[in-house]
Design a protein around this ligand. Structure first.
Ligand code: PGA
Length: 242
């Protein structure tokens, strides 16, 4: 595991974007699995700009969405779909044929899980995934109790996730179920980047990276992937010495 600590969230975003751009340049044709959430958005914005400037070709890559809230579609601000299409895919101008993302409004959840599994299998494996970490240690919607073998699936959301989720849906109802790429597909990725910023994340970052590896903190399971790179700002790193 490599851990990098940057002074601010802005520097973290810039450095993450540079790493992603290097990966895209060196690995055309690979599959990227990108988390929505607040943490990586600024980095994705930079990456979209690199593409628009002609410095990288995102249309040479494949994309799979990490997760989605069940019942929530593109039209709802806060959906992973809207966040990612408006904040990254369409901002960059990525061809939609390169992207498979869960649609929370599509009632055929089993069909979507199968389609995402097939998409990943067709591309071989996830080349690189960008993950955040939830306040309860979740990655995607792999909630506490998730196992390393869990695959793409629908999950009941943890109380912490629905409570924190109010920030994405101000005044609205927070869904109680999610669909997610599983720990199995994430752990098989060639490279994992996990990002965290802000001091509210410091305690869970410390537990995920320095305490025991346990399904109760799904992010801790990522330590089994030898290429795990953790990218933090100083606030999220807290007092932990990495
Ligand atoms: P955040 O979400 O980036 O909005 O903090 C992280 C997560 O819940 O995985």
């Amino acid at each position: 595991m490599n851990t990098w600590v940057y002074s601010t969230a802005e520097v973290l975003a810039g450095e993450t974007a540079k790493r992603l751009a290097e990966y895209v340049q060196a690995n055309p044709g690979k599959l990227l699995c990108l988390a929505a959430g607040d943490t990586p958005l600024q980095a994705y914005g930079h990456l979209a700009d690199f593409h628009r400037d002609g410095r990288i070709d995102l249309n040479a890559m494949w994309f799979v969405g990490l997760d989605e809230w069940v019942g929530i579609g593109y039209e709802t601000p806060g959906s992973c779909r809207q966040v990612m299409f408006d904040g990254f895919y369409d901002r960059a101008g990525i061809d939609h044929s390169r992207i498979l993302a869960f649609d929370g409004r599509n009632p055929d959840i089993d069909g979507q899980c199968m389609a995402v599994s097939r998409w990943i299998a067709e591309k071989g494996v996830i080349g690189l995934t960008v993950l955040g970490i939830g306040m309860n240690g979740h990655v995607g919607f792999n909630e506490p109790g998730s196992l390393a073998d869990d695959t793409v699936r629908i999950v009941p959301l943890d109380a912490t996730t629905t409570s924190v989720g109010q920030k994405y849906f101000p005044g609205g109802v927070v869904p109680t179920r999610g669909i997610t790429v599983g720990m199995r597909e994430l752990l098989a990725a060639n490279q994992i980047l996990m990002m965290a910023s802000g001091n509210r994340k410091a305690p869970i970052v410390q537990r995920a990276l320095s305490a025991e590896v346990t399904p109760e903190i799904p992010a801790s399971l990522l330590r089994a992937n030898g290429t795990l790179t953790v990218l933090l700002d100083e606030a999220a790193a807290g007092n932990t010495l990495f």
